[in-house]
Design a protein. Sequence first.
Length: 403
Amino acid sequence: MTASSDPTPIAESQPGGDDLPAITARALRLRLRQQEILAELGVLALQGTPFPDLIETTVTLVAEGMQAEFCKAMEHLPERNCLIVRAGVGWDEGVVGHATVGADLESPAGFALRTGKPVISNHLDHEGRFRTPELLVAHGIHRAMNVILQGEGKPWGVLEVDSRSDGSFTEHDVAFLRGAANLLGMAIERQRFERDLKASLEQQEILLQEGNHRVTNSLQLVASMLSLQSSAASTTELREQLQEAVSRISAIARAHERLYRTRQIRNLNLGDYLTDICKDMDDAAGQCDVHVSVAEEVQITTDRAISISLVVTELITNAAKHAYSSGETRPIWVTLERDGDMLTISVRDAGDGLPEGFDPKKSKGLGMRIVSGLLAQLKAELTVKRDEPGTAFVMTIPIHGQR
Ligand SMILES: Nc1ncnc2c1ncn2[C@@H]1O[C@H](COP(=O)(O)OP(=O)(O)OP(=O)(O)O)[C@@H](O)[C@H]1O
Ligand SMILES: [Mg+2]
């Protein structure tokens, strides 16, 4: 996938151009070891080995496979027109992470980078085509071989082996080096892809959080405007109605606020969410105490969780408003239980009880109409139990939308 366009190495002229007759048992063993190394690197790349580990292992194994004292992987820094050593073996302290070589066509590594062609230089001392980089001179290097490192997009850098010893790098060595470079190129590409993916996911999350944040702010703004309007209302009845609208809008705003404060987007933990909502309601419910007990690990879609939270908010508001005409303690209990795919949620009080003939389906109040509407959407069923004392509203709700 990452082979460069022209596989012909740019080498000094070699007598005969073919080293086949020179193949000995030792050379054969070396080629076999090179094959093993490529297989080893391939497995590491496929296993998704972290890039810094893979690049370290690559330079170490490539040096071994080439029987060379030095190897390095260099990253191209276009703004400085140079290549910086990112990983290496054999080099003096301070080279890896710091040393650079020119990325222009006159340096062997620069030539490999810009043309995509492998470069063999077996006699650096007599090299007429390239200038020998200072780094190689300082380490007494006689011969070098460079291949480009690239993903599917633009080049990343160069992989180079160097040796102080006499001898020659050959076309077979180029094939091995290119094999290693291609495997590293795969990892470079994956690393780029993962980085881009992470950035775009983060961007999406920020946008969504921002959206929820704005919805919350707008709802709070509407609630404050209605609140102002209610304080200026001409009749008590109108004032109370506007105030009720304010509490409902505030309940929806609170639900949204919870959403943008969590990192969950499509699903959320219903138990945690209801606990939070009930805590808010406890603050808003005046003399009443809201007690919550929830099953753990109930994951549910955000849409369903919001509808459920609005139903629970209405029922707690009713209990706080209508259940207790007197009493020091005014408890309200909210429970969430799970049985397979079914949830049971109850909102219970120990108050004076419902008025005679109360029928949730026929109630003229807006509260019970909202509850009935949302429960129908949720495909849920409501049972109203007259306790001694008090009332329990018990709902059975399927976790998933369709039954
Ligand atoms: N927990 C409860 N205990 C006693 N009575 C209740 C309880 N919940 C509801 N009710 C009675 O049921 C009636 C209907 O409730 P509903 O929520 O529909 O209307 P509301 O609370 O009166 O007005 P709104 O909800 O529109 O502000 C209430 O007026 C109240 O008489
Ligand atoms: Mg009500």
